[in-house]
Ligand binder design. Structure first.
Ligand code: PRP
Ligand code: MN
Ligand code: MG
Length: 183
């Protein structure tokens, strides 16, 4: 077994920074929906978004329901293939609801671009995006993101939901992986 402490070279976002920023984001999101008369549905994108989503919704002072989708563009690789597949769809319809899509990271933008187009076709009242991390210099398609936790440089990052080969999601902070781990 490799200990998780041996795989990262640097902590990019600490536990304290995450805690503070999540409070701020939850407040921003609460403000933005508090006067809406529509039902709020928070959609987490499995599996990366799970840790961010759970820590975000528990700080939001709103009535909401939760659902999940699984889409895959990366597979076991560290680079995006650009091919998006739905592996698990929503359990319920979204017609007339306010939908908040929660992602851990926006990289090329291909996953979210696909998801937004797909969910728009289902007749939502509104669709907004909250992402913990944004890697703007990797973008291939433009995506309007409503709530961003942190902009980060083009490093391979793991932790707080983000994986490398399905591992290291349980790091309590965001760390940059050592090159030798993924090369
Ligand atoms: C990662 C990440 C985002 C997406 C971002 O998911 O969690 O969902 O890629 O990349 P993009 O902007 O280039 O589309 P991944 O496919 O690795 O699945 P996972 O969430 O299960 O790790
Ligand atoms: Mn993901
Ligand atoms: Mg992944």
């Amino acid at each position: 077994m490799v200990k998780k402490v041996e795989i990262y070279k640097e902590i990019l976002v600490s536990e304290e920074e995450l805690d503070k920023r999540l409070d701020e984001l939850a407040e921003e999101i609460t403000e933005s929906y508090k006067n809406s008369e529509k039902e709020l549905l928070v959609v987490g994108i499995l599996r990366g978004a799970v840790i961010f989503m759970t820590n975000l919704v528990t700080r939001m002072d709103l009535d909401l329901t939760m659902d999940f989708m699984a889409v895959s563009s990366y597979g076991g690789s560290s680079v995006s293939s650009g091919v998006v597949r739905i592996l698990k769809d929503l359990e319920e319809g979204i017609k007339d609801k306010d939908v908040l899509i929660v992602e851990d990271i926006i990289d090329t933008g291909l996953t979210l671009d696909y998801l937004i187009r797909n969910l728009k076709d289902r007749g939502a009242n509104s669709i907004k995006i909250a992402t913990l991390l944004d890697k703007p210099n990797r973008r291939k398609v433009n995506v309007d993101v409503d709530f961003v936790g942190f902009k980060i440089p083009d490093e391979f990052v793991v932790g707080y939901g983000l994986d490398y080969n399905q591992k290291y999601r349980n790091l309590p902070f965001i760390a940059a992986l050592k090159e030798e781990v993924y090369s």
